[in-house]
Design a protein around this ligand. Structure first.
Ligand SMILES: NC(=O)c1ccc[n+]([C@@H]2O[C@H](COP(=O)([O-])OP(=O)(O)OC[C@H]3O[C@@H](n4cnc5c(N)ncnc54)[C@H](O)[C@@H]3O)[C@@H](O)[C@H]2O)c1
Length: 260
């Protein structure tokens, strides 16, 4: 019970990784605050956690909106009394498009959600985390440090998240609030299902359309990550076991990053 009685807020909390993290943290005694855009999905996660006897609060919140995130943090504190952890898992993908072709509107939207949304969520939660000497995990990507064809907006946004993580880790270090980035490789979530549906042949090295297995050849460990494996790493980074780790990135990518 690593998080007994602690409160952890997860943006993107009803998405593939976010929901899995909520379940894992709740299973370790945390009271979880599930933040996401859609009321039905948020309710589904919270109801099923409650049915298993866990304490969970659902908040419909948009990370790109300061008032919305401030309200989410306020709701968390009103319900549970404090905030001890934040995971910023909210993010959007890029439909494959070359940098010459991508619409500026889409470029801006990806930076807005992935970078500015992460910034806003952290800024909203920071005062409460300073008070509790809490911890933050951002969700970057293996693509933060390696280019991917037709993914300029997404990869740039994830590189920015990685650097933002270091900046904020430095500024929060006097308060002993730790901030680290999780860098997943391809992980079996709805985001990847959608990527394969919409632009499998553009995205994949081997054109096995419509199958997650198509990602396998580029991954040294020979398979996709499970959301549970990302959740386990996020749990470690949030926990006291990582008490001297801040401003760093943990790759959970089956070895992809070692290939450069
Ligand atoms: N799945 C992968 O292979 C992979 C790899 C590397 C990094 N990531 C990153 O991991 C994170 C989680 O991805 P996932 O695979 O679970 O995707 P997902 O699409 O299943 O979940 C993302 C969630 O974020 C929510 N969201 C989007 N914009 C939001 C906003 N403005 N405010 C609040 N919530 C918002 C969505 O509604 C969704 O529930 C993302 O940041 C993604 O970029 C995913």
């Amino acid at each position: 019970m690593r998080f007994n009685g602690e409160t952890i807020l997860i943006t993107g909390g009803s998405g593939g990784m976010g929901e899995t993290m909520a379940r894992r943290f709740a299973g370790n005694g945390a009271r979880v605050v599930v933040c996401d855009l859609g009321v039905e999905a948020v309710d589904r996660v919270v109801d099923s956690l409650a049915a298993e006897g866990h304490e969970a609060l659902g908040v419909v919140a948009d990370t790109t909106d300061e008032d919305s995130m401030a309200a989410a943090v306020t709701a968390a504190i009103e319900r549970f009394g404090s905030l001890n952890g934040l995971v910023t898992a909210a993010g959007i993908r890029q439909t494959a498009s070359g940098f010459l072709d991508i619409k500026l509107e889409l470029w801006r939207k990806i930076q807005e959600v992935n970078v500015t949304g992460t910034f806003i969520a952290i800024r909203a939660a920071a005062p409460a985390l300073i008070e509790s000497t809490g911890a933050i995990v951002t969700v970057s990507s293996v693509t933060a440090t390696a280019a991917r064809m037709n993914q300029s907006a997404y990869c740039t946004s994830k590189a920015a998240v990685m650097h933002l993580t270091k900046q904020i880790a430095l500024e929060l270090s006097p308060h002993r609030v730790r901030v680290n980035a999780l860098c997943p490789g391809v992980t079996a979530t709805p985001m990847i299902d959608e990527a394969i549906r919409t632009d499998g042949p553009n995205l994949l090295k081997e054109k096995v359309e419509g199958s997650l297995e198509a990602f396998r050849p580029g991954i040294p460990l020979g398979r996709l990550a499970l959301p549970e494996e990302q959740a386990a790493a996020a749990e470690f980074l949030l926990s006291a076991d990582a008490s001297f780790i801040t401003g760093t990135a943990l790759y959970v990518d089956g070895g992809v990053s070692m290939l450069g």
